[in-house]
Each structure stands twice: as structure tokens, then as C-alpha cells.
Design a binder for this molecule. Structure first.
Ligand code: UDP
Length: 406
């Protein structure tokens, strides 16, 4: 499988992965998160686990389970960590802990390396077997640079018990008494979400969703979440529409750990009204090829988030050589080099201005699209992320030694 990436991913990454795997072969690597479908974390794990296995690592992916009360709480916590004001009670924090405690019975936590994704399963660290020589890493995918006071303090109690914390963006990192690393997420160029499609495959999806390809298409793909600013996207489209005829597609799917999606979707549908050129699509989470086709049929792709972890959809769009416009938040400016691989924006008006600029300057759109693909190739492919995880794990085994041999 790794061979399939040769000629696509940078050679140095592939070589390093192979060297590291020679050393780590047979060792176990456990990932735990809170949803098997929906959102960027699940997206990456679906692709990374089989690849690690193929490389000879004993890789596993476990998902913690909770009831509606648990997910309501963790979504609130997620929002509060990203700065929204929410109310919490002591009982809620206890329930959060108890749910993790229950999960520990169903999840085999024994592994040489354990990577816990995001706040939902963070308390699992309390059930680490001290007798086993293993490394426990907490991987934060969200923007916790400006959390609601108190919420971070509660979560931090667990985080400091890990050996290492990993953030997607330097700005998100906290002052912690443990090792901290920045590792950006990635996309898989060979997945159904990103592989090349034929014109027929793209057209079939347009027909399936009843999207005429008669005018330029503006697209945003994301969960129906306030932080993704779908209403702002509609407002930007409305400004553009006064000057440039176009269509807008808002495509999203539900995530099992996101109970707010339905309410936001209804709000978006109401706001879109009966404009026949706005297509609001609620897709099943496994509709990867469909998302791929929507991205490929689009003329301009937006990720107008007002808070963002990394924003995988940006790299997905860039890989398809599309001109991108993203909110200047989270990991988006890491991907969009302003004026080179796309534009970052700070307002609805800014987004509308840049959409028009792309629609009116197709040559510029093509140039930036090409730059974008090259940039993703060098920085945001799955192979680079695997390289980073394995390097971190391997280096941690050499703690205290000055020379690391490969
Ligand atoms: N996604 C999808 N279907 C949808 C909406 C999103 O497959 O209807 C995928 C999207 O292509 C991307 C991931 O979900 O791979 C979202 O990751 P991102 O980092 O952009 O945002 P998150 O949801 O993790 O906040």
C-alpha cells in the first residue's frame, strides 16, 4: 500500500516511514476518539489505520461510547474550549468522567503507543497501566487558545498526566509541564475523497443531486456548525450574486458526536429560503466520492470558518487545484498562503470580494489552484503525518539519549 504513494508523496517522507517501521514493526499503536463517522479526525483515522497495519504496526482504533447526555456535555465543552460561553455543573463533569470509566471496560488500553484524540476521551489516561512501558499522547484537534475560563482548568487535570500533548497549530498550544509537539493533520490523496475522478463520475453526482452545471459553482463542505459560518457563506453568496450569476452548494453530513447539527441545518435551510440556486445537501457520512465530485465541479471553494481546528476541507480543495477562500482562523492560514495558494478573509464582504476576484480572473484562479496542490503535496499528505507520529513515538523511546539511530 505504501508503494502506491511513490510518485505522489515526497520521497523523503516515504523513506523515513520505511526506516521507522523497520524499528517499530510489531509494536502496538492504539488510537481512541469519540466518533467513527463525521469530522476530520474520523476521516484521517479511516485511512491511517490500514496504512499503519500494512506497514507492520499493530494499529487499532477504538471509539468511546456515550449517551445523549454525554455528547451534549462534550459538545458544550468543545464549544467552551473554543471560547463560547456555556454553563457547566459539577455533576456534568462527573458524568464525563464516569462515562470514560465505563468505556475503559470495553476498550483494551494496552499498547506501546496510545494516542487519545480530543477532549471527549481525555480522562482515559486515569486507566493507564503503569506497569507497562508505553507512551501516552493527547492529541488536540481544536482551537483551545482562548477557552472559557474554568473549562480548560478541568480538562488540564487530565492532560498533564499524559507524556506528550500534540496540537495542530502552534497558537493552540498551552503552557504545560509535559512535552508538546505541533503536528498538522493531513489528507489521503488516494482515498475516495481525494482520488482523481472521471468527468462522467463528476457529472453523475451533479445529476444525482440535481445540480445543473450551467453557471459557476461556489461550494462549502462542512458539518452544520455555527463555527463553520454557513449563514456567512450565504450572505457572501448573496453579495456576489448581485454581480455574478452563480450557484451555491452547502454540503454537510451529521457526526454522531455533534448533537447540534440538525438545528443548524434547519436554520440554514430557512435562511436560504426558496432560492433555486442554493443547494443545501445533507449527505450520509460515507459519501466520500460525492464530496470529491462536488469539490471537483466547484469553481471556488470556501471554508469561511470563524473558529477552526485545522480545516481539512481546505487541503482537500487545494489538492483538486481549486481556488480557495478561508476564514483567517485555526489551521486555515497554515494552508492558505494569502495571495499564493488562495485568500484568507476576515468578513462576509471580504469573502464576497475574493469570490468575485476568482470568478472574474480565471487565470489567477488556475495559477493559485496549481500552487495549492504543490503546497499540499509537500506539507499536508497522510504520509507526512504518519512520518511525524512515528518519529515522535520512536524518539520518545530514546528519552535521555543524545543520538538516535535509524
Ligand atoms: N466531510 C464529509 N462530508 C460532509 C462534511 C464533511 O465527508 O458532508 C468531511 C470533509 O471532507 C473533511 C472532514 O469531514 O474531510 C471535515 O474535517 P475538517 O477538519 O474540515 O472539519 P471538522 O469537521 O473536523 O471540524
Amino acid at each position: 500500500m505504501i508503494r502506491q504513494y511513490s510518485g505522489i508523496a515526497p520521497k523523503g517522507d516515504l523513506l523515513l516511514i520505511q526506516r521507522l517501521c523497520n524499528r517499530l514493526k510489531g509494536k502496538s499503536f492504539l488510537h481512541v476518539n469519540s466518533t467513527r463517522e463525521g469530522g476530520g479526525v474520523a476521516e484521517i483515522l479511516h485511512r491511517m489505520i490500514p496504512l499503519l497495519t500494512d506497514l507492520g504496526i499493530d494499529a487499532r482504533w477504538e471509539v468511546i461510547e456515550g449517551d445523549a447526555g454525554f455528547y451534549d456535555f462534550t459538545k458544550k465543552m468543545h464549544n467552551a474550549l473554543q471560547g463560547k460561553s456555556e454553563k457547566f455543573s459539577k455533576a456534568m463533569w462527573e458524568y464525563y468522567y464516569e462515562t470514560n470509566k465505563r468505556n475503559r471496560k470495553n476498550i483494551n488500553l494496552n499498547a506501546d503507543a496510545v494516542l487519545i484524540h480530543d477532549p471527549q476521551p481525555a480522562p482515559l489516561i486515569d486507566f493507564r497501566r503503569r506497569s507497562r512501558k508505553s507512551i501516552w499522547m493527547w492529541r488536540c484537534h481544536i482551537d483551545i487558545s482562548n477557552p472559557m475560563p474554568g473549562v480548560w482548568a478541568n480538562l488540564k487535570k487530565y492532560v498533564v498526566k499524559y507524556d506528550t500533548a500534540i496540537f495542530s497549530v502552534a497558537k493552540f498550544a498551552k503552557a504545560l509541564p509535559i512535552n508538546e509537539f505541533i503536528i498538522t493533520p493531513s489528507i489521503d490523496p488516494l482515498s475516495d475523497k481525494n482520488r482523481d475522478l472521471t468527468d462522467k463520475e463528476i457529472n453523475d453526482v451533479a445529476v444525482k443531486f440535481d445540480i445543473p452545471r450551467d453557471k459557476p459553482i461556489i461550494l462549502q463542505v462542512s458539518r452544520f456548525d455555527k463555527f463553520k459560518d454557513p449563514i456567512g457563506v450565504i450572505n457572501a453568496y448573496k453579495i456576489v450574486k448581485k454581480y455574478n450569476d452563480c450557484r451555491l452548494i452547502l454540503a454537510g453530513s451529521p457526526a454522531t458526536d455533534d448533537p447540534e447539527g440538525e438545528a443548524i441545518l434547519n436554520e440554514v435551510k430557512d435562511y436560504a429560503g426558496n432560492d433555486p440556486d442554493i443547494h443545501t445537501l445533507l449527505l450520509p457520512p460515507d459519501n466520500h466520492k460525492e464530496i470529491n465530485a462536488l469539490q471537483r465541479m466547484a469553481d471556488v471553494i470556501l471554508q469561511k470558518s470563524i473558529k477552526e481546528g485545522f480545516g481539512l476541507t481546505v487541503s482537500e480543495a487545494m489538492w483538486k487545484e481549486k481556488p480557495v477562500i478561508g476564514g483567517a482562523v485555526g489551521g486555515i492560514p497554515l494552508q492558505i498562503v494569502h495571495g499564493v495558494t488562495g485568500f484568507v478573509v476576515y468578513s462576509v464582504e471580504g469573502a464576497a470580494f475574493r469570490i468575485r476576484q476568482f470568478l472574474n480572473n480565471p487565470e489567477m484562479a488556475v495559477r493559485m489552484g496549481r500552487n495549492g496542490k504543490e503546497y499540499v503535496k509537500n506539507n499536508f499528505l497522510l504520509t507526512r503525518q504518519i512520518r511525524d507520529y512515528l518519529s515522535l513515538w520512536y524518539c520518545s523511546m530514546y528519552k535521555g539519549k543524545n543520538v538516535i539511530e535509524l
